[in-house]
Design a protein around this ligand. Structure first.
Ligand code: 4NP
Length: 149
């Protein structure tokens, strides 16, 4: 058994996209029973809302379900509950390190996709490049699934 929590700033663009993509890949691999998957935001501004229309659109275009996704804020309990806390960029990483228990490793999704040559996934809430973000999220999620063996 393992567990993965994807985290971004708002939990309406990048981390719900990663949750949906990873859920899809894990299901295709027949491993849904073994891997717990969720996402959360550092901020609470959008709690209770569905993902951003840009994220819903790119997921729908790629045949990936997103109906069950509801925005929530990360809690202290999440650091104990999830083996892998996986964020999107260096700002998320710095914010999470401030609130995580000492010794907890925090990952960035592109740690698992060195072939992209990138470390951070830009925020499409501002850049609007949802297709570009989707391709990076796909690469990271594929690498993460390999990491989980
Ligand atoms: P996300 O994008 O972190 O990828 O979900 C954002 C969504 C909302 C806000 C910032 C980033 N916001 O400031 O409301």
């Amino acid at each position: 058994m393992s567990s993965v929590l994807f985290v971004c700033l708002g939990n309406i663009c990048r981390s719900p996209m990663a949750e949906a993509v990873f859920r899809h890949l894990v299901s295709e691999a027949g491993r849904s029973e073994e891997i717990t998957i969720d996402s959360a935001g550092i901020g609470s501004w959008h709690a209770g809302e569905p993902p951003h229309i840009g994220t819903r659109t790119v997921l729908r275009e790629n045949g990936i379900a997103h109906d069950s996704l509801v925005c929530r804020q990360i809690t202290a309990a999440d650091f104990a509950k999830f083996d892998y806390v996986v964020c999107m960029d260096e700002e998320n990483l710095a914010a999470l390190k401030r609130i995580a228990p000492a010794g907890k490793t925090i990952y960035r999704l592109l740690d698992f996709a060195p072939e992209t040559g990138e470390q951070n996934i830009e925020d499409p809430y501002y850049t609007k490049r949802f297709d570009h973000v989707y391709s990076l999220v796909q690469a990271g999620c594929r690498g993460l699934l390999r990491e989980l063996g």
